[in-house]
Design a protein. Structure first.
Length: 339
């Protein structure tokens, strides 16, 4: 029997399964190269086994920990879900940084903030891990630069034509107010939002807004963010969202890279500025807080677009440790998904 060990966390209700043993090294000079290698056996078989039922479920999420691109980061990471590998994951970054400190992989001050640099497929991010009396209290991750890719892009859906905004936040997201589709970003509407999210993603596939401006390996619309406005104040914006990513998966957290994309859109509208916070709520009531850390001048990496560097705060909690096995006599093998 093959044996895979993991440590599991959740960030805002969204699971994150960290593989800690049983997987051979994934070769490559960079995290992005290793992401391509991980698509093949035996690594992709491990992803499937840990995501699919009966060991996982249709909305499972996790990662392989890999070496960083260089000595400037503490570790690298390959994020995965039931359908493959993502380019970024904010809730996963928060969980991974928490695990790195709690496991002793990264030495942290028992009281104060420790910075943990992590190489993800879309670039290098920094997690600021705040501890008190040796316990992790919160994590702020500073995203890769986020920018607007398109405004008012027309998409045909089963509820008629809708105009979506597209932004990069470590992954490419379409964004639309749920009310424009006669819905709301609430738990009771998840089933219909999954269907609409799949329609929007299919419509945008292969279009110019699905192409990253400088790196083809980052191409593809990753998800659709359906959002509700919950009120604006002088110091805060309050919104709720349901993010449907990959093939119909629903983020239980407010979605970290999706929050980064929302910050880019709100900054472009002039609604987000330095000193103002986005209170970003999920459909299960968990909350991320986000703000503009810095602004970036137009450059080749953003396709000549102005960008902002979002910072996003959340908390992750350990839920268990696991020893997964695969019995060669098991006809179910690597598992299955029903959605």
């Amino acid at each position: 029997m093959s044996l895979i060990t993991t440590v599991d966390y959740h960030t805002g209700g969204e699971p994150f399964r960290i593989v800690t043993g049983g997987v051979p090294p994934i070769e490559g000079r960079t995290v992005l190269e290793r992401r391509e290698r991980a698509r093949a056996a035996p690594f992709d078989e491990v992803r499937r086994m840990l995501c699919h039922e009966p060991r996982g479920h249709a909305d499972m999420y996790g990662c392989f920990v890999v070496p960083p691109d260089d000595a400037g980061a503490a570790l690298g990471v390959l994020f995965w879900h039931k359908d493959g590998y993502s380019t970024a994951c904010g809730h996963g970054t928060i969980a991974l940084a928490t695990w790195a400190v709690e496991s002793g992989l990264v030495e942290a001050a028992p009281d104060g903030v420790t910075e943990v640099a992590i190489d993800v497929p879309s670039g290098r991010v920094v997690a600021r891990v705040a501890c008190r009396s040796g316990a992790v209290e919160a994590v702020v991750f500073v995203s890769v630069p986020a920018f607007v890719m398109a405004r008012g892009w027309p998409v045909e859906t089963s509820r008629g034509r809708v105009l979506v905004d597209v932004a990069w936040g470590g992954a490419i997201y379409a964004s639309v107010e749920a009310a424009a589709l006669g819905s709301s970003a609430t738990a009771g509407q998840v089933a219909e939002l999954i269907a609409l999210g799949r329609e929007i993603k299919r419509s945008l596939a292969g279009s110019e807004v699905a192409r990253h401006p400088s790196e083809p390996r980052l191409d593809g619309v990753y998800g659709t963010i359906f959002w509700d406005a919950l009120g604006d104040g002088p110091a805060e914006l309050h919104q709720r969202n349901v993010t449907v990513f990959a093939d119909g998966e629903v983020d239980r957290s407010p979605c970290g890279s999706g929050t980064a994309a929302r910050v880019a859109l709100l900054a472009d509208e002039g609604r987000m500025r330095e000193g103002r916070v986005l209170v970003h709520e999920s459909c299960v009531g968990s909350v991320f807080r986000a703000w503009i850390e810095a602004r970036v001048e137009p450059c080749s990496g953003t396709g000549g677009r102005p960008a902002v560097v979002p910072a996003i705060e959340g908390c992750a909690f350990k839920t268990g440790e696991h020893r997964f096995v695969r019995d060669p006599r098991d006809a179910i093998g690597l598992g299955f998904v029903l959605r």
